[in-house]
Design a protein around this ligand. Structure first.
Ligand SMILES: O=c1ccn([C@@H]2O[C@H](COP(=O)(O)O)[C@@H](O)[C@H]2O)c(=O)[nH]1
Length: 242
């Protein structure tokens, strides 16, 4: 895999026109992109087909979370769109996660999309976990347990913060994917993200893919920002012991 294929650009925009403007500015034909709820709700399934037809790899980030039967049927439909990666919330439980994979298998003719489970959103911190979600455990334990459940349910990996990637791989297996949003360049504002890492830190911790949105798409020069992210990822010198 080429180094740039580990970088998934979050296309958090509200229309197809805006998406193509952003893609033009990034200037990475055929790169890995993420379609989230904002774009999907506006443009519908055709946006995935169009990106695939244009040669892009697509992570369809809809974070399904419903009863097993509903998730199974939804995944069967999503499989037909040709996305490369899809996801559910691990909090839906093991039966729901197994139903998701079965739905993808049923709807897939060639390659089943990678199926991930969101452990805890990167906008969640320990205080929110305890005070709002009412989970009185260290957040790293919760994430590790959810990752183990996802692995046992047949999923291919998790969405987590880079800070947890190493621990998750130790708990599951080195092949169990860690796809990590909450990525910021050293001088970027964290914004609503709580558990953040730089691309270099993410790589050192064992992230397989980093998801980068505003650090690239909101930059004055998105193409230069993509290159900065790539350089940081590629020239990782930061060590876990730091
Ligand atoms: O835990 C999660 C799960 C998904 N995301 C998504 O990733 C991007 C991050 O965007 P930035 O602008 O780089 O913060 C965004 O689309 C989220 O929906 C996440 O951040 N955390």
């Amino acid at each position: 895999m080429r180094e740039e294929e580990h970088i998934i650009v979050a296309l958090d925009v509200s229309s197809k026109d805006e998406m193509f403007r952003v893609l033009k500015k990034i200037d990475q034909p055929g790169c890995y992109v993420k379609v989230g709820m904002e774009l999907y709700m506006q443009e519908g399934p055709d946006i995935v087909r169009e990106l695939k037809a244009g040669g892009y790899s697509v992570f369809l980030d809809l974070k399904l979370h419903d009863i097993p039967h509903t998730v199974n049927r939804a995944m069967k439909g999503l499989a037909r769109l040709g996305a490369d990666m899809v996801n559910v919330h691990a909090a839906g439980g093991s039966e729901m996660m197994r139903a998701a994979v079965e739905g993808l298998d049923e709807g897939t003719s060639l390659y089943r999309p990678i199926c991930l489970a969101v452990t805890q959103l990167t906008s969640t911190d320990q205080a929110m976990l305890e005070n709002e979600l009412l989970i009185n455990r260290p957040i790293t334990d919760v994430i590790s347990e959810y990752a183990a459940l996802a692995s046992a349910s047949g999923l291919d990996g998790v969405v987590c913060s880079a800070l947890e990637a190493n621990q998750i791989k130790t708990r599951t297996s080195p092949d169990f994917l860690a796809v990590t949003p909450g990525i910021r360049l050293a001088d970027d504002a964290a914004g609503d993200q709580k558990r953040i890492a730089t691309p270099a830190q993410a790589r050192a911790f064992g992230s397989d893919f980093i998801v980068v949105g505003r650090s690239i798409t909101a930059a004055a020069d998105p193409a230069a920002a993509f290159q900065r992210v790539l350089e940081d990822w590629r020239n990782e010198t930061w060590k876990i012991t730091n």
